[in-house]
Design a protein. Structure first.
Length: 117
């Protein structure tokens, strides 16, 4: 058996007024995940929770993202989360807050036999 990369999902999320990096990151991951239905596990005869998901989030201030809250979004499988510098932060006109944009990538890996795929 060997881990094989099966799927790459990408998304974008925002927090319009709250400058909440975790909220934007969660929305980005949801955007990546909620626009599809993966049937690859069933096609390979594997349980859906066999998925191993690598989540990568890009935001201007990575240290402000709660990785555990982001990973709690995953509906199946187990995951890891890496947060890197990226995304955007746009100050409001009054200079009292900003909009945060986060990007997300979710890579799904499965442990499948060497002779499959």
């Amino acid at each position: 058996m060997a881990l094989k990369r099966m799927v790459l999902q990408i998304g974008m999320g925002t927090d319009i007024r709250g400058t909440d990096y975790t909220k934007a990151a969660i929305r980005a991951l949801r955007d990546a995940l909620w626009h599809n239905s993966l049937t690859v596990t069933a096609a390979l005869g594997l349980p859906i929770d066999a998925m191993k998901v690598e989540v990568k989030i890009g935001v201007p201030k990575p240290e402000q993202v709660d990785k555990a809250q982001v990973l709690a979004v995953l509906p199946h499988g187990s995951g890891t989360c890496e947060v890197v510098e990226g995304g955007l932060e746009i100050a409001n006109a009054a200079g009292t807050g900003s909009t945060v944009m986060a990007t997300a990538a979710a890579v799904v890996w499965l442990d499948i036999p060497e002779d499959v795929g």
